[in-house]
Ligand binder design. Structure first.
Ligand SMILES: [Zn+2]
Length: 497
């Protein structure tokens, strides 16, 4: 391959639209071409790297006992309605109608089709366990494609599915694939860490993510300095400090002109933030929801979303808050103001809190739960932050940023029960197949590798995934000796493979 023959164009200037380092470097090096928002062509040099990554993944999945196959991207919508994931994916799933008015989807993942196939092929415990995988294109209509290959709408993914007789079998399959994933990242020359994760739209019980540490990463992780606990901030557990024990005092309104934030309130009343009650108003699937939490903590929107089983969650606008009869900046659950209330369990840990008075420029002192207000749901909806205590060992926790490059799920019987994928056990009893699901996005992995391996001169490829191992530069090809030597080395290295 001669650079002078390359199909594609390198850029001298950093393109303005590129929002991450890997995006900038991929465009400058002429490796990707944007066809539409979040839709890219992979140009020849990049394609070589991607195929190397693909081959490493394939070898490790095969070594773990995986069987490779290929499922279609185009699938009937009915199948997705049977599991309820049509609704769970919502607008993220591409839907289309064929010429006979039948609805199809461009698959965002393949649990439905593989479970349907297992229903046909698995009859007895003798047909289990199985590890099945494919390397295939997925489609997700992301609301905000970004970062070049980090968040795209069409992408190649290796997805593997495990089928076992029981939970113990699943644990074995899960461990095998977690190990295979570690091998993949190591062989690609990358450092990845495993963290506990939220299972999101895929569902199931346990899930872990593999993260490449990078300051530009879109995920936040919490690490404990005292033990090996590591988790995505979306689900990280934390110890919530209890406030001082106090007798509940009578409610007392206070005039708090223009005091709208917790910091302003704490300063104005000379109270610690952990003696305040913070309220954040959201709209969840069209309904106004009041999230209540102690003032020294932050609402975690993923935990809140899970508590509500909400598909769509966003902050409420001042207009929406006012329309519900609430006062922006002064809302609280005190006096049952008529919003659905989800409270963090931290509100039970301090007494005599200051809360919004549900009137302009007014707060109320000495608010105590459950004496002064009711809630609809109470559970952990708080975000762990640097400095919080670990729930396992009470060590100090720290935050780091990373890019998710793999996600594994213990699905259990969620899909097999919905789609009737069962087997007969040794006693002839019908049981649901126990499943796991395991994914690596190839382009995402490559982009993350660049985020982790570059300097001001450009990409520093780990050797195993470099597009080429050798780059021969003939300085002054007009000089016959230079040209001849360059051509000879090129021919010799090519012949040597
Ligand atoms: Zn710990």
């Amino acid at each position: 391959m001669r650079l002078s023959d390359l199909f594609g164009k390198t850029l001298r200037e950093t393109p303005a639209e590129a929002d991450t380092v890997s995006h900038q470097l991929l465009l400058k090096a002429g490796m990707i071409y944007q066809v539409a928002a979040g839709v890219y062509a992979y140009l020849p040099i990049l394609w070589r790297s991607l195929r190397k990554i693909e081959q490493i993944i394939r070898e490790e999945m095969d070594a773990a006992g995986g069987q490779e196959m290929l499922m279609p991207a185009l699938q009937p919508l009915d199948l997705w309605q049977e599991t309820g994931r049509d609704a769970a994916f919502g607008e993220t799933m591409f839907r289309l109608e064929d010429r006979k008015d039948r609805w199809l989807v461009l698959a965002p993942t393949h649990e439905e089709v593989i479970t349907e196939m297992a229903r046909q092929f698995v009859r007895s415990y003798r047909d289990l366990p199985r590890l099945i995988y494919q390397i295939q294109t997925k489609f997700r209509d992301e609301p905000r494609p970004r970062g070049g290959l980090v968040r795209v709408r069409e992408f190649a993914m290796k997805d593997l599915y495990s089928f076992d007789v029981d939970q113990a079998g699943l644990d074995v399959s899960y461990q095998k694939i977690v190990q295979a994933y570690s091998n993949v990242y190591r062989r690609c020359g990358l450092t990845a860490v495993v963290v506990e994760a939220d299972s999101g739209a895929i569902g199931g019980r346990d899930s872990h993510e593999f993260m490449l540490i990078a300051p530009t990463g879109e995920n936040e992780m919490i690490f404990c300095s005292g033990c090996d606990y590591a988790a995505n901030v979306e689900r990280a557990e934390l110890v919530k400090e209890a406030g001082e024990r106090e007798e509940p005092l009578p409610l007392e309104p206070v005039h708090t002109p223009e005091i709208k934030t917790i910091d302003e309130l704490a300063a104005f009343l000379h109270q610690p933030r952990m003696k305040t009650l913070k309220v954040v108003l959201y709209v969840a699937d069209g309904r106004l929801v009041m999230a209540a939490i102690r003032g020294d903590m932050q609402v975690n929107e993923v935990k809140l979303s899970n508590a509500l089983k909400a598909r769509d969650l966003r902050l409420a606008s001042d207009a929406e808050i006012t329309a519900a009869g609430l006062v922006p900046g002064f809302a609280s659950p005190v006096g049952s103001p008529g919003a659905y209330v989800v409270a963090d369990d931290s509100i039970t840990l301090s007494a005599n809190l200051v809360a919004g008075g549900n009137e302009a420029d007014t707060h109320v002192k000495n608010v105590n739960y459950p004496r002064d207000f009711r809630v609809d749901v109470i559970r952990d909806i708080a975000s762990a932050q640097t400095g919080d205590r670990c729930a396992r060992c009470s060590g100090k926790m720290e935050m780091a940023r990373g890019i998710e490059v793999g996600h594994v799920f213990k699905l259990g019987a969620v899909y097999s029960e919905k789609l009737g994928a069962t087997y007969l056990d040794r006693d002839g009893l019908k049981k649901p197949i126990v499943m796991g699901s395991y994914g690596i996005g190839l382009g995402r992995l490559l982009a993350a590798a660049i985020e982790q391996h570059h300097d001001e001169q450009g990409i520093i490829w780990p050797a195993a995934i470099a597009p080429y191992e050798v780059h021969i530069v003939g300085l002054n090809m007009a000089n016959r000796d230079v040209a001849e030597a360059s051509e000879r080395i090129y021919a010799e290295l090519g012949a040597a493979g």
